[in-house]
Design a protein around this ligand. Structure first.
Ligand SMILES: *Cc1c(COP(=O)(O)O)cnc(C)c1O
Length: 729
């Protein structure tokens, strides 16, 4: 174990239930002693609450702005590295110390608020990834960010929720683009840096561990705790001395391994997760399996039931487990669901485990089949979850419908897909995390500090947005756009550029981008269905827009390709190598290493957020919601959340809702619709400034977007929906 952790001692009171987190008395020692006036920074840095409070973030940045960026916004690392003189200067700065005191008081008040236990069941939330903040590299993309936002809203709404995940030692990959435009991956060893997680000890001072039987051995996993405001997020980690080298790497990489590693990870998460909660004394009323990765947890609950009720059979166990479990599916295609070969599964689950469920191996394997008559079918985590949970839901209305069609085959008695018991809860994003501090302070100035509570009341929120002046909205947006442009120039500056002169590296970035120009953002995973190449269908037509003398357009791109997806990497390389005799080189950039930090600059600074997936592949999409909350206009295919969000005035819709076309015909039709929307609607609206220098028609749409989409797509609304429609029976 890394020496950093050795210097931390955390005395947690024995866990006695969900309330223990706010009661825990811990001593959290850094490598160094902070001046007494700065002491509160230790506890503040140990809870991610600061990360969704601009005044909290500002406290760390103001310690040393340059170092803050070098440390990639990681407070624990900053506090370790910052030079002593600097610390003592801040400690002597009365304005700073006052601010720190105020934030510390607010933080403690937040933690101390009483939970309304009676009004909510106790919830356990399981997910394979969590995107809470960049300084906790535990996510790859949308699923993780959604889970992080879910926890933050559960915290703000003060729900009794405990989360469980895996601590990946190497996290997800960091992206680099080589001179030839090819994506390269690197992994950081998180144990060399400092994380805001603490080891969990029991009342005897022993490290809390669980074990799971894997490949003939007992694999041990130790528990860590991250604090997400009022919500405890526990991680399991197999990197312990008792384990073999291979087993220590089970929780090595997020989505990096082969199928077998994947099953084993999912065993640790699902089965180990249930065991961990038992050990901690957490007794959930509801287990929420966010995506199928954690579906093995239902088998562990069944095993526990059968152990306590030796005369019962598996059907009895299902009757006991189903009412306690709910499941959310996140993908609209069968291939996107985890599937394991029967042999891989039986290699990972012992006879003993299967027998303890009172099942034969065939019956066990059938739990993961969608078609019970097909003995060859792979074991799917989604069929397992649908069978073992009392409720299943998709993540937008459309995705609910698509999922009902996809899983109809599991219900041969049902006449049509409408009757399939899969509902939907549309995703949302955490407003205080994603709305730019500048807009937050504008809101705060007008409504007081509780602007986020007003977001929960959609009518009051809309009325408030209509009281802001055009100039207030436009000026805030233009300031944010300038910040984005500085960020772009900084991120793309390179000492030496490569042969291709790619759009992710520039020697001279001064001429790159202009705040006056219409700026379109496109950032998402590089995958075929996201259609990165749609924009380039007719390059001449695109470049005509980019080069236009009076009304030019500029583009900013970002996104990672899966390390094993060569097709996706080729798409990226092609984008990188468009090297045209035009303004393209100065008006298009690719920002490497798309993560939460890059996402924030993008969604807060662009004029337009573009999304052109092939219907109906976008289960929900959440980045467009983040952009909408910052006044950017969505220009998107009517799919996922946008079907629900678009009202004709608050952005732009590309293509029709339904069409009976082949993929090729659909791509051509959508490309045409995209170009003509840009040329005929979007560009003219953006460039018609009135006598005040404000594009009034544009601001009218921005206002409509801010007013109609913020409440509807906030994760507070989402978690409230889960509470009333899913968690509460
Ligand atoms: C929001 C977000 C996503 C998910 O956005 P989509 O619209 O689903 O593509 C992915 N990655 C990062 C870094 C994000 O912030």
């Amino acid at each position: 174990m890394n020496e950093f952790f050795d210097t931390i001692s955390v005395n947690m009171k024995p866990a006695t239930g969900l309330a223990h987190v706010s009661e825990s008395q811990e001593t959290f020692e850094l490598h160094r002693v902070l001046p007494p006036a700065l002491k509160p920074l230790e506890a503040i840095s140990a809870n991610f609450y600061w990360s969704w409070n601009p005044d909290g973030t500002q406290l760390f940045r103001d310690l040393d702005p340059t170092l803050w960026d070098i440390c990639e916004q990681n407070p624990r690392l900053l506090l370790k590295k910052i030079n002593k003189l600097r610390l003592w200067q801040r400690a002597a700065d009365t304005e700073y110390v006052e601010r720190l005191k105020r934030f510390d008081a607010k933080f403690n008040e937040y933690l101390a608020a009483k939970q309304h236990e009676a009004s909510s069941p106790r919830i356990a939330y399981f997910c394979a990834e969590y995107g809470v903040h960049n300084s906790l590299p535990n996510y790859s993309g949308g699923l993780g960010i959604l889970a992080g936002d879910h926890l933050k809203s559960a915290s703000d709404l003060n729900l009794p929720l405990t989360a469980v995940g895996l601590l990946y030692r190497y996290g997800y990959f960091r992206q680099r683009i080589a001179h030839d435009g090819w994506q390269e991956e690197t992994y950081n060893d998180i144990f060399e840096s400092e994380l805001a997680v603490s080891p969990v000890y029991d009342s005897n001072g022993e490290r809390v561990t669980i074990s799971v039987h894997i490949r003939g051995r007992e694999v041990v996993a130790q528990a860590w705790l991250a604090r997400i405001g009022r919500i405890p997020l526990y991680f399991l980690d197999t990197n312990v001395e008792q384990n073999s080298d291979v087993d220590r790497l089970i929780t090595g990489h997020l989505y990096g391994g082969d199928t077998e590693t994947r099953i084993v990870q999912e065993k640790i998460l699902g089965i180990g997760g249930v065991r961990l909660l038992d050990k901690l004394g957490v007794a959930p009323d509801v287990y929420h399996l966010n995506e199928g990765h954690a579906a093995f947890s239902t088998l562990e609950l069944a095993r526990e039931f059968l152990k306590a009720n030796p005369e019962a059979n598996f059907a009895d166990a299902v009757e006991n487990v189903r009412p306690r479990c709910v499941f959310t599916t996140h993908t609209p295609v069968a291939a996107g669901n985890d599937m394991f070969a029967p042999a891989s599964l039986t290699a990972c689950f012992s006879e003993k485990f299967i027998t303890s469920l009172k099942l034969t191996t065939d019956e066990f394997l059938a739990l993961g089949r969608s078609d019970l008559s097909n003995n060859e079918e792979y074991f799917g985590m989604t069929p397992l979850a649908i069978r073992m949970c009392r409720s299943a839901n998709g993540v937008s209305a459309k995705h609910g419908e698509v999922s009902r069609g996809l899983w109809l085959k599991m219900f041969p008695d049902l006449a049509d897909a409408d009757a399939v018991p899969i509902t939907s809860v549309t995703n949302g994003v955490h407003a205080p995390t994603w709305i730019a501090p500048l807009f937050q302070s504008l809101y705060q100035k007008h409504v007081g500090t509780d602007w986020n509570e007003m977001v929960r009341d959609s009518d009051a929120w809309a009325a408030f947005i209509y009281r802001l002046s055009d100039a207030e909205i436009w000026d805030a947006h233009m300031t944010l756009k300038s910040l984005l442009i500085s960020f772009i120039r900084e991120r793309t500056r390179a000492k030496e550029t490569g042969l291709l002169n790619t759009i992710n590296e520039h020697e001279d970035t001064r001429r790159l981008f202009s705040p006056e120009l219409l700026t379109i953002g496109f950032a998402r995973r590089v995958a075929a269905y996201k259609r990165w190449d749609l924009l380039f269908t007719d390059l001449d037509r695109l470049l005509k827009m980019v080069d236009d003398a009076d009304r030019p357009v500029q583009f900013v791109f970002a996104g990672k390709a899966h390390p094993q997806d060569r097709t996706a990497k080729t798409i990226l390389q092609e984008l990188m190598s468009i090297n045209h005799e035009s303004n393209w080189q100065n008006r298009a950039v690719f920002l490497p290493d798309y993560d939460q930090e890059v996402a924030k600059y993008l969604v807060q600074g662009v004029d337009v957020w573009m999304n052109v997936p092939r219907r109906p592949m976008e289960a929900s999409g959440t980045s467009g919601m983040k952009a909408a909350m910052n006044g950017a206009l969505n220009c998107s295919i009517l799919d996922g959340w946008w079907i629900e969000g678009y009202n004709g005035e608050n952005g732009f819709a590309i293509g029709d809702l339904e069409a009976d076309l082949s993929d090729e015909e659909m791509d051509a039709a959508d490309a045409e619709a995209l170009y003509s929307t840009l040329e005929n609607e979007l560009i003219p609206a953006y460039y018609s400034h009135d006598e005040r220098g404000i594009p009034a028609e544009w601001v009218r749409r921005m206002r409509n977007s801010l007013a109609t989409l913020t409440s509807q797509f906030s994760s507070d609304r989402m978690v409230t929906d889960y509470l009333s429609n899913i968690y509460t029976d």
